[in-house]
Design a protein around this ligand. Sequence first.
Ligand code: PMP
Length: 397
Amino acid sequence: MGVYLDYQAAKPVDSRVISEMTIYLNQKFANPSSLHCEGDEATDALSEFRHKIAEFINAPDPESIIFTSGATESNNLALIGYAMRNKKKGNHIIISEIEHISILNIAKYLEREGFEVSRVPVDQYGIIRIDKLERLITQNTILISISTASNEVGSIQPLKEISDLAVKNNVVFHTDAVASESSVPIDVQEIPVDMLTLSSNDIYGPRGVGALYLKKGLRVNPIIIGGGQERGFRSGSENIPGIVGFGKAAEIMKNQINEEASRLRKLRDKLIKGVLEVIPKSYLNGHPEKRLPHNAHFRFDYIEGESLILSLKDENIAAATGSACSSKTLEASHTLIAMGLLHEEAHGSLVITLGRNTTEQDIDELLDKLPGIVKRLRLLSPLTPPDLIKKYNEVND
Ligand code: PMP
């Protein structure tokens, strides 16, 4: 494997997680709905690992954790489930302009179902405008859904202020915490949220499992109907090995999140400094300080992100341009456009996301290769101005 710097798109499963899961794949494989001893063992596992997820976010009641198949499903359950359950109370929902594609498309679906959706704008750093959010809330508003951080540019949202506004206006607040869950501790009691989306793979657990935290007493309509598992909120036989892996991953993450975040922050800062100092006409997208410790999002004038990624690929370096979930669409990122970038600016992006296995050598390797790649692409680009070409050629002479 080469240098992997695309941790927001996918993370390896921690080997401690795999060991724990294996037991539940081939030894303790029973269904928790069964009445025999083996079934009881599965029920115990479900309860034990639900507990670990609750601890991870400091939820007072483990029963408030609903296991799902992943973040997309949790977002569907939160938004569609809550909206459908409460449509008599009001039909207005607020999201931000830079939400993950799953939230954006759920919002479009709800609009087709008769709900009214407002999208809060963001500033040039990708931070939501609290003043605008406040003005958007009406008597009809039932739900605000804003992510803890941007999965793309890494800007961290003012969660406390959003939560305060939601409480003040008696509106339910949902947050998708997937982008930040590996580097920013979550405490649903310190910052009250009503619903919170988690994904297992984003904390080095297996794919195909996630959770929705549903504050005690809050009700949503299920979107998957069946045998009534997960207190009826999410039917279907529980994915015990997945849940065990997710719980184990959460336990490990809870123990080392601060240490891990500060290690990644140092590597990220070295990378940002190295890129901005050495490469002319390079910029950091997103907030300089209020950003995820593992995210560095760059923009380079006169070149396309796709060419950059393919050139890095030739050097065995894996990185991304734009959101992992829509990077093959070649459309300009909705997040960068919302931050006020022009289409051509939004196309020159490089997203580097670091993770548990990232080393200083990985960063050095990127810092070694990137300036030459950017230069080569710029010398080929018809958009590069003559003075920059001259400058590059002078350095060559
Ligand atoms: N929300 C955010 C912020 C994400 O980054 C992602 C993608 N990892 C999702 C939701 C959807 O996750 P999944 O595709 O695993 O359902």
